[in-house]
Design a protein around this ligand. Structure first.
Ligand code: PLP
Length: 221
């Protein structure tokens, strides 16, 4: 199936109010262009250099989202244009994003990445750490970032109940933080990938990050 047909089919399966991040990491700019030509404007990448290279080859009205672990020394590469950073996994990184946003006279939308999966390797805050950090109040001084919500990755497993529990935990934390700290602007719950996006949506996710279902299997080099 052509990319535009896959995209159309996928979009038809998303309820109103759920935004689609087309995850274009590893796919070349020509392929991303096909999705752009089919009307997609929101793309996700996990490496700053790769995002930057594609941005230079593609139209300027694309909204670029950083979804992968970000090193502090790479923030300056994307700070001039990135729309949202989903992968804020430390206070230090948040501080650098704020600093770089201010340098560029911008406000960057951010999500806290929360670790809910069983795999050790997945990045993110645990719930207690994040709440303790927010209680410290330091985040309130940051004028260069807008706190929009949470991002999470579920365990890679066929066991639907594990995945559901993890998504429900993310949703519970999301509601709590919105209520206790942030209010209405905190409106984005980024969860769900090609294999589990329907479950994520059923658990309240309103932003899904989908790559292989649109673009086909990735070749990692
Ligand atoms: C690669 C990636 C995705 C997309 O994965 P697919 O299974 O190809 O849909 C989503 N989120 C993150 C954080 C990723 O790194």
């Amino acid at each position: 199936m052509a990319i535009k047909d896959k995209l159309a089919e996928l979009k038809a399966s998303l309820p109103a109010g759920v935004r689609l991040v087309a995850v274009s990491k590893t796919y070349p700019a020509e392929v991303v262009r096909e999705a752009y030509d089919a009307g997609q404007r929101l793309f996700g990448e996990n490496r700053p250099q790769e995002m930057d290279a594609k941005r230079q080859q593609l139209p300027a009205d694309i909204e670029w989202h950083m979804i992968g672990h970000l090193q502090t020394n790479k923030v300056k590469l994307i700070a001039p244009y990135v729309s949202m950073i989903h992968s804020v996994d430390s206070a230090k990184l948040l501080g650098v994003i704020n600093e770089q946003a201010l340098k560029n006279n911008r406000v960057i939308d951010v999500l806290f990445e929360v670790h809910v999966a069983r795999e050790e390797s997945k990045h993110g805050w645990n719930e207690g750490e994040l709440i303790a950090y927010l209680r410290g109040g330091e985040y309130r001084q940051m004028q260069g970032v807008r706190f929009r919500g949470l991002m999470g990755v579920a365990t890679f497993t066929d066991d639907g109940s594990v995945v559901r529990d993890e998504f429900m935990r993310l949703n519970g934390l999301f509601s709590r933080l919105r209520h206790d700290f942030f209010g209405r602007d905190f409106d984005t719950l980024s969860m769900g990938m090609s294999g589990d996006y329907l479950q994520a949506i059923a658990c309240g996710g309103n932003m899904v990050r989908i790559g292989s279902l649109i673009f086909g299997a990735r070749n990692y080099v």
